[in-house]
Design a binder for this molecule. Structure first.
Ligand SMILES: *Cc1c(COP(=O)(O)O)cnc(C)c1O
Length: 436
């Protein structure tokens, strides 16, 4: 009891010390002190299962042992941690490892650009490069897309709440309907092709088409193989760069290392961040096709590019998980387990719930924002950390660590099931309001 009072007092301190902008400390009101794998401990000794994974930055779990050892060893040796973008053995090793274990295995060839540490900065760099390479300004992005909070990235993101917070007129991007925006009967890539190839459609020729293969923040909206291949082909037909934002869905989240592998895409530029370091350390980069690498030296700069500690962690993550196809198979199997269980839950309660996703990124669309809000709050009270996404936060987003064990996964899903059952007993749905 005392512990609980203590916790409440401390949380009030956060409310008075930290800006009003804080958000996850509101969704998850606890003081998190330690974590390992898929469990987090609060200061008061509560144990929680993590299905949030740092918004996709912790694909290999918290404090992953293999990665931690590499970090310890590097720190103990007094090797260079910060060196702007100077040449270091750690960076060379990362590039060689990534090239041999990831790129060559997939028949891909790219140059590496280490950007500032945020995903948003990688997107800024990608958009700048596309505009510079084509001499055009317009970026085609998609409804419900999310690319970060800096002005260029937010201009290409759909969410009205975030857009208006920028306090700036956001131009330079045109939004087109993502795959399935009008339901399964309408192929939105037909619309895209017509608008972009018609000389009088009113569309400026784009510098780039920027896409997520699965929209993470937008509600776990999944683009199909044919749609993605068509969008890539259209980009090339109209002389635009084809950019995949793999910041959240990359690093194995959808079952393969890159989220676009399944569709055999070959993007001109790939943006990576979140789980790239594998340890939650900030690291972002662009993979750029050699012919698109038209930067002049120093044109996109920044103090924290390619932090060596994060590069060492990233190398260890690749060596540990991506040298054999086993991990990828395991992720696909666990994704199936999670999805099947969620489909059972969805049909058990009816309510028009929809389950969608790819690999271990699965969304449970409650259709009604209040149901998702109450269910995730109750889930947290029961010991599950889980986030919401989608235009009105009506989708519960399942992003457990890719390394989660079966038992913990089942336990977390059970907590969600119980939370949802309680929610449906309490929240009046439109049908019950009508007295039916
Ligand atoms: C998180 C995210 C970003 C922005 O990354 P930050 O590190 O938060 O700037 C961009 N695109 C996608 C798809 C993301 O999920």
């Amino acid at each position: 009891m005392n512990e609980e009072i203590n916790q409440t007092c401390k949380l009030e301190l956060f409310a008075s010390l930290e800006s009003n902008v804080r958000s996850y400390s509101r969704s998850f009101p606890a003081i998190f002190s330690r974590a390992r794998g898929s469990t987090m401990l609060t200061e008061e000794g509560r144990k929680l299962i993590d299905f949030f994974s740092g918004a996709g930055a912790l694909n290999y779990g918290h404090n992953n042992q293999a990665i931690k050892e590499a970090i310890f060893e590097y720190l103990a040796s007094d090797a260079v941690v910060h060196g702007l973008d100077m040449a270091t053995p750690a960076k060379l090793q990362f590039m060689n490892t990534f090239k041999s274990a990831i790129l060559w295995e997939r028949g891909l060839d790219y140059r590496f650009q280490f950007t500032g540490p945020t995903g948003a900065n990688a997107i800024e760099a990608a958009l700048k490069l596309a505009r510079k390479a084509t001499g055009r300004q317009n970026i085609i992005s998609f409804t419900h897309g999310y690319h970060g909070m800096s002005l260029g990235a937010i201009a290409a993101s759909g969410n009205r709440f975030y857009r208006s917070a920028s306090g700036f007129s956001l131009g330079g991007a045109t939004f087109l309907p993502f795959d399935g925006y009008f339901g399964p009967a309408v192929d939105t890539s037909d619309y895209l092709r017509k608008l972009l190839t018609d000389e009088s459609s009113g569309f400026d020729r784009p510098a780039a088409i920027l896409v997520e293969t699965v929209q993470g923040e937008g509600g776990i909206n999944v683009a199909g193989e044919k749609w993605l291949r068509t969008v890539q082909a259209i980009a090339h037909e109209v002389g635009a760069l084809f950019i995949v934002d793999d910041i959240q869905m990359g690093c194995g989240r959808t079952g393969k290392f890159f989220s676009f592998e399944f569709a055999r895409l070959s993007p001109d530029v790939v943006a990576m961040s979140k789980s790239l370091s594998g340890y939650g350390l900030p690291l972002s980069m662009l993979l750029i096709k050699e012919e698109c690498d038209i930067w002049k030296p120093g044109e996109h700069t920044g103090t924290f590019r390619g932090n060596n500690l994060a590069l060492v962690a990233a190398t260890a993550a690749i060596e540990t998980y991506w040298r054999s196809p086993r991990f990828s198979q395991q992720v696909q199997q666990m994704g199936e387990v999670m999805r099947r269980r969620l489909e059972v839950i969805a049909s058990k309660y009816g309510n028009g719930f929809v389950v969608r996703g790819r690999g271990m990124a699965v969304g449970f669309d409650c259709q009604i924002a209040e149901i998702a809000a109450v269910a995730t709050r109750k889930a947290f009270e029961k010991g599950l950390v889980i986030e919401r996404c989608g235009p009105v936060d009506q989708v519960v987003k399942f992003l457990p660590a890719l390394t989660i064990d079966r038992e913990t996964m089942e336990e977390g899903l059970e907590l969600f099931d119980q939370a949802l059952a309680e929610t449906l007993r309490e929240v009046r749905t439109p049908a019950s309001c009508n007295g039916s």
